[in-house]
Design a protein around this ligand. Structure first.
Ligand SMILES: Nc1ncnc2c1ncn2[C@@H]1O[C@H](COP(=O)(O)OP(=O)(O)O)[C@@H](O)[C@H]1O
Ligand SMILES: [Mg+2]
Length: 358
């Protein structure tokens, strides 16, 4: 028997706009209503879901069945359980499922579904966000404090230089001036308020090709760049200069890692990969479509001791590194409403930029 869906849909139309996948069940565990987010998540249409037995959608149908029974009996919100959803022709999707009894005609339970990975990522993202705000604030203040005395040092070195008549002594004042300038550049980079500039349609593959030619020119030997593009990825709206700089910083790090002493300087391969993803929540906003841009290398991996801090300013695992590269990547990606994350072990490091498309 197919439940009549029309009145149900009307009764629950408020759920239609929810970003979370929500399914309404009757006392017999039949799906009486599913919102669009649920249909998107499960990869089937709303009509196909409606009238199905909910527990049977999952690998662990027994477990789900038990959960529904208990929620009904106890009349209490039942906490999240991990269940696997077997998608036809695709890999199993681990979901967290939460059920709560509801009081509505013809409906008994409301189930919420979230992809586990997505949930973990969102929690991590929010934790990081707060932490970064604090770090940035601290850095801005510190940079301001350093700027003035630095100007004084540089000015005095210049005055002193004019008084010196021996060229070999001027070498010392030149060191002071040059180092002061270097610090100045660093401070300026930390201080400039960075927002995305002009927004225009950007073809991400154009960005990647620009980066590829820059990196191939900078590292003519030992690093090969392999392209794995999905040409159907639509343009994104962005600031092309910032996007190039962001991707360049990531790819350059990979090239440097491949040629580093830690890797025996033996070189390796960098893969540039693009895909589009459906239904992604980034920076607390839900997007129908997002770009997944990955930079992978088969180098030594991010040094263990700085793994949880590499996006912080001034954190570097490299001789002569400034530790600003990834901070800028993060700022630029955030300017575009996206997020950046990484996964690394010796032999495989992947930096992933997720950027909203719609
Ligand atoms: N692909 C990678 N492989 C190994 N280590 C990496 C990779 N990308 C970044 N790192 C580590 O992260 C650190 C911080 O990078 P970044 O912020 O660009 O600063 P910098 O390059 O100036 O050191 C690097 O010094 C390096 O130790
Ligand atoms: Mg760098």
């Amino acid at each position: 028997m197919v439940a009549s869906t029309k009145p149900m849909a009307a009764a629950f139309s408020g759920l239609e706009l929810l970003p979370t996948a929500v399914v309404v069940l009757d006392a017999g565990s039949l799906v009486r209503y599913a919102n669009q987010a649920a249909a998107d998540l499960l990869g089937v249409g709303v009509p196909a879901l409606t009238g199905q037995r909910f527990p049977e959608l999952f690998d662990e149908s027994r477990k789900v069945e038990g959960m529904l029974e208990e929620a009904l009996a106890a009349h209490w919100r039942y906490r999240a359980q991990t269940v696997g959803y077997a998608r036809p022709g695709r890999e199993r999707l681990p979901l967290s499922c939460m059920v709560a009894p509801i009081d509505a005609p013809g409906a008994a339970l409301l189930a919420e579904l979230r992809p586990i990975q997505e949930q973990l990522r969102q929690e991590r993202e929010e934790r990081l966000h707060d932490q970064q705000e604090a770090t940035r604030e601290l850095l801005r203040n510190l940079a301001h404090e350093i700027k003035n005395p630095l100007g004084g040092l540089r000015g005095s070195a210049q005055l002193l230089e004019r008084e010196l008549d021996r060229a070999d002594l001027k070498e010392y004042t030149q060191v002071i001036i040059k180092e002061a300038d270097r610090l100045q550049v660093l401070l300026d980079r930390l201080l400039t308020p960075r927002r995305a500039g002009r927004l225009a349609p950007v073809n991400i593959h154009e960005v990647l090709e620009r980066v590829r030619s820059l990196v191939e020119a900078e590292f003519p030997r030992g690093v090969s760049v392999v392209r794995n593009y999905d040409p159907s990825v639509p343009d994104l709206k962005g600031d092309i200069e910032q996007l190039i700089q962001a991707v360049l910083n990531v790819v350059r790090n990979a090239a440097q890692a491949l040629l580093s002493a830690a890797h025996g300087g033996s070189g390796g391969t960098i893969v540039l990969r693009t895909r589009s993803l459906r239904q992604v929540t980034l920076a607390r906003q839900r997007h129908k479509l997002a770009l997944e841009l990955q930079v992978m290398d088969d180098g030594p991996g991010v040094p263990e001791d700085i793994r949880d801090r590499i996006f912080n300013p001034l954190v570097s695992g490299r001789e002569g590194g400034s530790g600003i590269g990834l901070t800028l990547v993060q700022t630029y990606v955030q300017n575009h409403g996206g997020v950046v994350e990484f996964d690394s072990r010796p032999g495989k490091t992947v930096f992933t930029l997720l950027l909203p498309l719609v």
